[in-house]
Design a protein around this ligand. Structure first.
Ligand SMILES: Nc1ncnc2c1ncn2[C@@H]1O[C@H](COP(=O)(O)OP(=O)(O)OP(=O)(O)O)[C@@H](O)[C@H]1O
Ligand SMILES: [Mg+2]
Length: 373
């Protein structure tokens, strides 16, 4: 799939801007603070129904305006029109082909993979960062997962409230088993899906990483479900729903006293993590900057392949200012993989990172003060 047209109205530093994109490579060049990241953010908003940079939608609205709009025409088997309207005074509106829809029906129309200097947090950041990256990806291709995840998060919040209240009023503990059952049922579904996705991502990123590193490095992306307390889990023969449900149940029972003291839910997939190992060593602690960056790059490219396997179409790939951080070999590898397969949208402050053959087939745009030429 690819984005044919994108239109922004009062989005961040853009007043009114329409861009017709190339199905292949699109390069947006501009100095700092001109609107490069804002443009990618707008495109990614069409994929996720919300920004990855802020949880406050009103920040997307131009300082001098009261509403912001992003429109995109997506070329798939049939064209899809996506509209997102944000207002300072009323709730956000999402439209697919001019019909108002829920976020669950909006997400999934445009699939995107984004790689920014911040993506390094996938390796270097907290377990929460890693869960977020993983969930963003699964939610785009699986509305059922997105629904389950939202329900699970609600159950955790309600269960936390109950645990806090139970500290003063023991009688309401009688409600706990009902919440436990829901927590286990929804949590198990999440873990099974995360495990399946990560197993495949592991195979794909391992292959990518071998290619980039001339077979010197062996990358493994391993699921660390909450019950391993941060260690990679290798005994996957056992990863059946009934095994997980029993284990989850036992973990909940053994920790109940502590949960009541602390007033929050201490076990479940909201405590999962993912481990990046290079030649069996944890990249988070021991990897060099270059190794970490390459691991993230391999993982992003694996995401792209996995999305095609699961949906039959390649996602749109967005690269925010990452070319200058990659060495010549990695840059060439990246462009050769993306070339001709997927629509690629790259921002950069200088064109020095691109060779003549790459530029020949690309559309090149200049961004200055929220205007694109
Ligand atoms: N809601 C808003 N209204 C008006 N301007 C905004 C709003 N939000 C952000 N901006 C401005 O948009 C400008 C461009 O931001 P953006 O992050 O897109 O820059 P960039 O081109 O990616 O720069 P860099 O190369 O430094 O990453 C910033 O100067 C910022 O102040
Ligand atoms: Mg930027």
């Amino acid at each position: 799939m690819w984005i044919k047209t994108i239109r922004l109205e009062n989005f961040r530093n853009y007043k009114s801007q329409t861009v017709e994109l190339n199905p292949g490579l699109n390069i947006f060049v501009g100095n700092n603070a001109q609107g490069k990241t804002n443009l990618l953010e707008a495109m990614y908003v069409l994929a996720l129904s919300k920004s990855y940079r802020t949880t406050r939608d009103v920040e997307l609205i131009h300082h001098n305006a009261s509403t912001a709009k992003v429109y995109g025409r997506i070329q798939r088997l049939a064209d899809v029109d996506l509209d997102l309207n944000v207002s300072r005074t009323s709730p956000k509106k999402l439209l697919v082909n001019n019909k108002t829809v829920t976020a669950n029906s909006f997400v999934g129309n445009l699939h995107a993979v984004l790689f920014t200097p911040d993506s390094l947090q996938l390796v270097k950041g907290s377990p929460g960062d890693r869960r977020r990256f993983l969930d963003i990806q699964i939610c785009q291709i699986d509305p059922v997962y997105r629904n389950t995840l939202l329900k699970y998060e609600r159950v955790v919040r309600q269960r936390n409230r109950l645990l806090k209240e139970a500290f003063e009023n023991r009688r309401i503990l009688s409600q706990l088993p009902v919440w436990n059952r829901q927590l286990i049922e929804l949590g198990t579904k999440i873990m099974v899906r995360r495990y399946r996705v990560l197993s495949r991502l592991n195979e794909l990123s391992n292959r990518m990483h071998r290619n980039i590193s001339n077979s010197v490095e062996d990358l493994n992306v391993v699921y660390c479900p909450f019950f391993t307390k941060g260690d990679p889990y290798h005994n996957y023969d056992d990863f059946s729903p009934s095994f997980l449900e029993n284990l989850f149940f036992e973990e909940l029972n053994s920790i109940q006293r502590e949960e009541m003291l602390r007033g929050h839910t201490m076990v479940g997939p909201h405590r999962d993590d993912v481990c990046f190992l290079i030649n069996d060593v944890d990249t988070k602690t021991f990897g060099s900057q270059g190794q970490q960056r390459t691991a993230v790059l391999s993982y992003m490219l694996a995401e792209m392949e996995l999305m095609r396997e699961e949906t039959g179409e390649y996602p749109v790939v967005m690269l925010d200012d990452v070319m200058s951080e990659l060495d010549h070999t990695r840059r060439r590898f990246l462009l050769s993989i993306l070339n001709s397969k997927v629509q690629t949208i790259i921002t950069t402050t200088n064109m020095g990172s691109f060779d003549g053959t790459t530029l020949k087939s690309a559309s090149i745009f200049q961004i200055q003060s929220g205007e694109i030429h």
